[in-house]
Design a protein around this ligand. Sequence first.
Ligand code: LLP
Length: 429
Amino acid sequence: MHHFHFHHGVLHAEDIPVPELVAEYGTPLYIYSASTWLRHYQAMDSAFAGVPHLTCYSVKANSNLAILRLLAQAGAGVDIVSGGELFRALRAGVPAERIVYSGVGKKRHEIHEALLAGILLFNVESVQELERISEMASSLGKTARISLRINPDVDPKTHPYISTGLRENKFGLPMDEALAAYTLAQKLPGVEPVGLDCHIGSQLTQLSPFIEALDRLMDFYRQLVARGISLRYLDLGGGLGITYNAEEPPHPTELGAAVAQAVQGTDLTIILEPGRVIAGNTGILVTEVQYLKQNGEKHFVIVDAGMNDLVRPSLYGSYHRIAPVTERPDAPPLVADIVGPICESGDFLAKNREIPMVAPGDLLAVFSAGAYGFVMSSQYNSRPRVAEVLVHEDKHLLIRRRETYQDLVGPEEDGLARLEELGIPSTQG
Ligand code: LLP
């Protein structure tokens, strides 16, 4: 359920006609619905009401400060994977005791920052990382709470780039090494093992891989208990899929029920790290048609949003629904590639897509762009990153201004001014 609907033939974000937002903010434009954010967060959180739990929204899906503040005020914690995400979460007011820190490559300065902030726990992905955290915590006179991320070797049946819980992936510790790692963690001075963690992949559309991973984790948990290692947290990561096209992913309540059953009789607190299932359908990307073009049989609709603005179709071959912002029931169908202005053949939003005939100046909405949309955008081809707007009922707010040309070159100006230090004349002409 989301709040992007056609009224009288015009797409609205909550109560606001999309063309009004475009008139004010231009294109390309990311538009988010605050009510959808809250609804999706609550759907996920309440699905686990039967067990003690903490819903830690995965910041990587969409890290805008206003969004993080909205979720934090609704009670969410966050899952972070970098010092930058920690900085954002704290800046947005997420309490440190609701932050979990995942990721295979935590650097020293990032660990330091998280220790100073006093986050809930680190999801540790290797023995070397465990040792590094212990040493750094000890030297600060602290003890870091940790979970070990287990790689349960389960096939999530999703795109290979976003599957993470197979033995061949770089993530987590194989179960047979994890036992020794927990024993080590118990002995190390700077860490306290408090949990067990996994994340098997993203955009999962079946329940079975979750159940399989959960079963393996619970088996392993019982082995740990038998050895006197008692844990408080079980982190199941994120990964629930959404409907982009015709997918029928499980509802969060199905996962909630399965988890409640699996942890019955334990006093484990469940941690969840949902990203896409909360963020995905909260946002659209609006783009303006620039040109229509035909090369032989092939039709192209050239729009002003490129792979630098939304990379998912180019990178994963992902499907995003695309529709004109103003319905045109009488327009003949057109089958075309919808492409951006970037100088790469891989720059497309859709291939061989049937849409109603459009003309230059028309607006198209690219749906399900709330997760892994803006956050994966870049300035490639020196295109300033686009603006983000948050709508709530009949109100709207710019939550990230469109970048300027000056934003493109600002970080380079010092180097330009000092070029002579390399023996290269820096004066113009
Ligand atoms: N926790 C961990 C440790 C993760 O690595 C991820 C996602 C999540 C939670 C959140 O997963 P979600 O609930 O969103 O599936 N850029 C790709 C998705 C990459 C996901 C990476 N990890 C895409 O656009 O499809």
